[in-house]
Design a protein around this ligand. Structure first.
Ligand SMILES: Cc1cc2nc3c(=O)[nH]c(=O)nc-3n(C[C@H](O)[C@H](O)[C@H](O)COP(=O)(O)OP(=O)(O)OC[C@H]3O[C@@H](n4cnc5c(N)ncnc54)[C@H](O)[C@@H]3O)c2cc1C
Ligand code: FES
Length: 267
C-alpha cells in the first residue's frame, strides 16, 4: 500500500449545492500531494461512538485535489454520519485516513475519453476530468433533477475541463429527459472510446454492456459498504467474473478497487 495518512483536517467550507448535496473543502496537504483521481478517504464523521456518534469511519471519494493542499468531498446526506457532516462549519475539524484504494488508470493512448457520472457518482469524476485535461473527451452527466444538473455545471465551470459536456435529467424540466446511459450509447455508435464511470450499480452494469458491445475499455468506480477501508475486514467484497472457476472469486473494493475494469466484475 502506498503512503496513507491519518490527519485531523480543518474544514474550510461546507456548502449546500442541491437537495441533500454538499461540497466540503478540507485542508489536507499531505493527502492532496499524493492522491490520485478515483481514490478515497475514510472520514470520522463526528464524535466517537462513546458520545453517540458512528463507530466506523465512512468512505468518500476525493472530488477535487487542490494545488494549495486542499481536498474536497461532494457528498449526499443519507444517514447519521453524513447528517453530522452536514452540520460542520468552517474551522471545525474532521479526522480522515487516506488516500486509499486504487484510482483510475489514466494511460489511454490516443483514444477519446468518455466520462459518465450518475447522481452523486459525480464525486470522483471532476478530479478525473481535471487530470485528463489535454485529452479529447466528453463528459456525460445524468441527475434526478434539473437543480442537480445546475449544481454540476457550476462545479465543472470551476474546474479546468475543456471537453464537451452532455447533461440529462430524469425530471426533464430544464434539460433533456432520460438516463445518462442513453447519450453515452448514442456516442459509442460513432466508435470506441475509453470509458470512465461512477454511479448507481444498475447504471454501471449497463455501462459494462455498452462497453462490451462497442469494444471499448471501461473503468468503473464501485460503491461497497466499507468498515475498515484498509483491506482487513472483507466487508467490501466485490464478486469478480471468474470464468472457468467453480468457486466465486472476490476482490476488496477498498484495496483492489474502488476502480475496477468493467469486464472484471460479475454484474
Ligand atoms: C469508495 C466509496 C466512495 C464513496 N464516495 C462517496 C462520495 O464521494 N459522496 C457520497 O455522498 N457518498 C459516497 N460514498 C457512499 C458513502 O460512503 C455513504 O453514503 C456513507 O457512508 C453513508 O454514511 P451515513 O452514516 O450517512 O449513512 P448510514 O447510516 O451508514 O447509512 C444510511 C443509508 O445509506 C446506505 N449506505 C451506507 N453506505 C453506503 C454505501 N457505501 N453505498 C451505498 N449505500 C450506502 C445504507 O444502506 C443506509 O440505507 C462512497 C462509498 C464508497 C464505498
Ligand atoms: S472495508 Fe475492510 S476490507 Fe475493505
Amino acid at each position: 500500500m502506498a503512503e496513507v495518512f491519518i490527519k485531523v483536517c480543518p474544514v474550510l467550507e461546507n456548502q449546500r449545492l442541491a437537495e441533500r448535496t454538499f461540497l466540503m473543502r478540507l485542508q489536507a496537504p499531505e493527502i492532496a500531494a499524493v492522491a490520485k483521481p478515483g481514490q478515497f478517504i475514510m472520514v470520522q464523521t463526528g464524535p466517537g461512538w462513546r458520545q453517540g456518534g458512528p463507530l466506523l469511519r465512512r468512505p468518500f471519494s476525493l472530488h477535487r485535489l487542490g494545488p494549495s493542499g486542499e481536498i474536497s468531498l461532494l457528498y449526499r446526506v443519507v444517514g447519521m454520519g453524513t447528517r453530522l457532516m452536514e452540520r460542520m462549519d468552517p474551522g471545525d475539524k474532521l479526522e480522515v485516513v487516506g488516500p486509499l484504494g486504487r484510482g483510475f488508470n489514466l494511460h489511454l493512448g490516443d483514444t477519446q475519453a468518455y466520462l459518465a457520472a450518475g447522481g452523486i457518482g459525480l464525486a470522483p469524476m471532476i478530479a478525473l476530468a481535471e487530470a485528463l485535461t489535454g485529452q479529447p473527451s466528453k463528459f456525460f452527466y445524468g441527475a434526478r433533477t434539473s437543480d442537480e444538473v445546475d449544481a454540476f455545471l457550476g462545479l465543472l465551470g470551476q474546474a479546468s475541463y475543456a471537453g464537451e459536456i452532455i447533461v440529462i435529467s430524469e425530471d426533464g424540466l430544464r434539460f433533456p429527459k432520460g438516463m445518462v446511459t442513453e447519450p453515452l450509447a448514442a456516442a459509442l455508435k460513432a466508435g470506441p472510446a475509453s470509458i470512465f464511470a461512477c454511479g448507481p450499480r444498475p447504471m454501471l452494469a449497463q455501462v459494462a454492456v455498452l462497453a462490451r458491445e462497442a469494444g471499448s475499455p471501461a473503468q468503473v468506480s464501485l460503491e461497497a459498504h466499507m468498515a475498515c477501508g484498509l483491506g482487513a475486514c472483507l466487508s467490501c467484497a466485490v464478486e469478480l467474473a471468474s470464468s472457468g472457476r467453480d468457486e466465486p472469486v472476490y476482490a476488496r473494493a477498498c484495496v483492489e478497487g474502488p476502480v475496477f475494469s468493467a469486464e472484471e466484475v460479475r454484474w
